[in-house]
Design a protein around this ligand. Sequence first.
Ligand code: ZN
Ligand code: ZN
Length: 244
Amino acid sequence: MLKEALRDLSDVLFPPRCRSCRIVAEELTNDLFCGTCEEKIHYLRAPLCPACGIPFAAYEGTDHLCGDCLTSPQPFTVARSIAACEGILLEAIHAFKYHYKTGLGAGLGKMLTRASQAGMDMQGYSLIMPVPLHVRRLRERGFNQSLVLAKLLAARHAIPLDFINLRRERDTPPQTMLGRKERQANIKGAFSVADKEKVRKQRVLLIDDVYTTGSTLAECARVLLKSGAAQVGVLTLARALKEA
Ligand SMILES: [Zn+2]
Ligand SMILES: [Zn+2]
């Protein structure tokens, strides 16, 4: 009763507002966006590459491997993202990451739980691991955005969470300006597994906020597989799109 009364009071004092257009709205999707803004989010759907999850421009046909995955297969079994990394979603992720806004993490985490709709078989995983930040970055930012998302997903699907054993040993310069081969070289050796027993034979689901080039996630997957993981899947909230 008291809890409800408090919630009513807080709704009057701080009515729920859309995170994008700031309009007061009774219903916010994922506690984030009003109906009008929600419609601007580009949720990814088939046809897409079954390996790396890139959607194809034509909304017809069946899933098939993209050119990149045909020429150099990814170490992870599957990668899926909820939506395109653009517009209001990109703004929300930035606000969450760089100007930590209370509530945004919970909303974005909620959005990540649409994983099944994005074609992710959550039952197939025995362990959830967020992509780690280097300790220096972690100190700067105060939190790991991927861990916030991973925690919510793990709780929702009752899958164990391990945010200790995958470690970032080396802080690497931004990857965006580099070509594919350079990116791989840049990120090589950046991660390690502290206790290999903890990942041995596990079906690991790696979580990150954004899939940009995939090279960071691929390197994490390589290190986990080398440490004995049975398989590694990748789930990110957003995905940078290029023509496929
Ligand atoms: Zn809005
Ligand atoms: Zn692909």
